[in-house]
Design a protein around this ligand. Structure first.
Ligand SMILES: *[C@@H]1O[C@H](CO)[C@@H](O)[C@H](O)[C@H]1NC(C)=O
Ligand SMILES: *[C@@H]1O[C@H](CO)[C@@H](O)[C@H](O)[C@H]1NC(C)=O
Ligand SMILES: *[C@@H]1O[C@H](CO)[C@@H](O)[C@H](O)[C@H]1NC(C)=O
Ligand SMILES: *[C@@H]1O[C@H](CO)[C@@H](O)[C@H](O)[C@H]1NC(C)=O
Ligand SMILES: *[C@@H]1O[C@H](CO)[C@@H](O)[C@H](O)[C@H]1NC(C)=O
Ligand SMILES: *[C@@H]1O[C@H](CO)[C@@H](O)[C@H](O)[C@H]1NC(C)=O
Length: 474
């Protein structure tokens, strides 16, 4: 009886909005690549990103929204709703030469959205595997794909190692000399202009900016003639180019009349890469590390109509997996069983407290490190990675690589409310807190699967595939 009742309720939940003619919202999810905590204007006015600042300030800025320390794990979390230690992608990124991938048995966000009637487009970087056709975006719920499979490439030549990497759906296309951000913005605008507004739109827009190689057209670099450090100057220009692209895309959404039922999400995929022009101050460390500088994502959500409480900063805990769950709830799709994500829809729309009590930063059985935080404390076991507090380059700075040489103890505890910069290790002072959080990590460890990290292989060598990176070697 109970089961039948539940079945009827679920059926009603799924079909009622359709019967009532309530259309699920259009969703545009923008990911910036390697964008540092201190690298948008609303955190650091020296970076000129007026459009992103305006949307952030008129929406909800998320101040404790965690991502993974690197691209592949974060992207897998955003799209599956599972922590990477539940998909085997918790160790580093998929290497250029590695037959690694997000396993095909994980159903990803666009696949769920398609079942709900969405048209789904992806424009930008994939980095979840491509050695077999079954792992590429067009086989995983995206109606169209315009972008590249690998984790990084030249912004103008679309080449990495010895291979070219750029496709329209499955077909290699040569886009001569145009800057990545401009190509992606133009395609996103074309998608928006051709979209039938009576169908819900999902546009996943993982920009290549501001990932290295640090390069940008001159006009954006010239906006920062006051910065003498070349990397920082060009990097800042990359942030401004992305801002302009975001502006062009949001104008297209407005022109098309989609903004009355639109949810915009923006996040970085991991912290800024120190040594490549990024800055995460006042947070410690950067990309690849489980310090705050590697894992706290700069992010916000915006909607003219769906977000009721707006124009403020929310300090509730979130993780990349929650974006998956929140987008599902926004679309009126029930949460799949077993995922790690929790929907933060009420947090986003009404400013309700976060539904999340703790965040597991990682459990990496190859690097032998793991970390967890609750509302106040963060426990790190093993080596979190290099942990400098990166200063902003001074006018005459030439070298931004700073190493902390003191070896760290293998148990670290920080009070992130008092000490978000992770300066004072409290592990010896608060053994009860250490033990409590250790027990939580032990519980999660008992559910983890080992990292999949096969050795590199020449099998995918572009030399065997007409000079391009593409499927056919696993
Ligand atoms: C996918 O398959 C792997 C084994 O290959 C398994 O560990 C994992 O639990 C599966 N996940 C899902 C969501 O089916
Ligand atoms: C990409 O695939 C979609 C869906 O099949 C199709 O409508 C579109 O024309 C394709 N684009 C190209 C350039 O082939
Ligand atoms: C592509 O551009 C990158 C970054 O500027 C450069 O390092 C690389 O040598 C270029 N590759 C080719 C094949 O031109
Ligand atoms: C934004 O649109 C303007 C006007 O069409 C164009 O000149 C500029 O190149 C676009 N910028 C990007 C990054 O797409
Ligand atoms: C992790 O621990 C294993 C087993 O103790 C050891 O072989 C390996 O070298 C360690 N790896 C790192 C990165 O410390
Ligand atoms: C955001 O978080 C930082 C670091 O924890 C904190 O210093 C700052 O006060 C927070 N901002 C707001 C508006 O709460």
């Amino acid at each position: 009886m109970r089961i039948i009742l539940n079945y009827i309720l679920v059926l009603l939940y799924l079909t009622l909005p359709l019967c009532l003619g309530v259309q699920p919202p259009h969703i545009v999810f923008t990911l910036a690549d390697d964008l540092g905590w201190n690298d948008l204007g609303f955190h650091n006015p020296a970076v000129l990103t007026p459009i992103l600042d305006k949307f952030a300030n008129e929406g909800v800025i998320f101040n404790n929204s965690y991502v993974q320390p690197m691209c592949t794990p974060s992207r897998s979390a955003f799209l599956t709703g599972y922590y990477p230690f539940h998909t085997g992608l918790q160790h580093k990124v998929i290497d250029y030469w590695q037959a690694n991938y997000l396993q095909a048995n994980y159903t990803i966000l666009p696949q769920y959205l398609k079942k709900r009637g969405y048209v789904t487009h992806m424009v930008g970087k994939w980095h979840l595997g491509f050695c077999n056709w079954k792992y590429v975006p067009t086989r995983r719920g995206f109606d169209t794909f315009y972008g590249y499979y690998q984790g990084c490439e030249g912004h103008f030549n679309r080449t990495v190692e010895n291979g070219y990497d750029f496709r329209d759906n499955d077909t290699v296309v040569y886009a001569n000399g145009e800057y990545s951000t401009k190509l992606f913005a133009d395609r996103a605008i074309q998608i928006i202009e051709n979209h039938d507004p009576s169908t819900p739109l999902f546009l996943y827009l993982p920009f290549q900016n501001v990932h290295f190689p640090v390069e940008v057209p001159k006009q954006y670099e010239d906006m920062y003639s006051n910065i003498h450090d070349t990397k920082r100057r060009v990097y800042s220009g990359m942030a401004s180019a992305m801002d302009e692209a975001f502006g062009n895309i949001t104008s297209a959404l407005e022109r098309k009349g989609l903004t009355n039922n639109l949810l915009l999400g923006f996040s970085s995929d991991n912290g800024g890469a120190l040594g490549f022009g990024a800055n995460n101050l006042p947070l410690r460390g950067g990309k690849t590390t489980i310090w705050e500088g590697g894992t706290r994502g700069i992010s916000f959500a915006h909607s003219k109509t769906l977000i009721k409480k707006k124009g403020y900063t929310h300090n509730g805990l979130m993780h990349a997996v929650d974006w998956f769950s929140t987008f599902l709830e926004a679309a009126g799709i029930p949460q799949p069983a077993g995922i790690d994500g929790v929907s933060q829809w009420k947090m986003w729309t009404d400013g309700a407290p976060s539904e999340r009590l703790e965040v597991v930063h990682n459990i990496d059985n190859i690097a032998n490190n793991s970390a967890i935080r609750d509302k106040q404390y963060k426990l790190i076991l093993g080596d979190p990675g290099p942990g400098p507090w990166e200063p902003l380059p001074k006018l005459d700075d030439t070298d931004d690589d700073i190493e902390i040489s003191d070896p760290l103890p293998d148990t670290l505890l920080y009070d992130l409310i008092e000490d978000p910069g992770e300066h004072n290790n409290l592990a010896d002072d608060l053994p009860d807190v250490v033990n409590r959080l250790k027990a939580r990590l032990d519980y999660y460890k008992s559910t983890a699967i080992p990292a999949r990290y096969p050795p590199n292989t020449p099998a995918g060598d572009p030399a065997n595939f007409g000079g391009v990176w593409g499927p056919g070697w696993c």
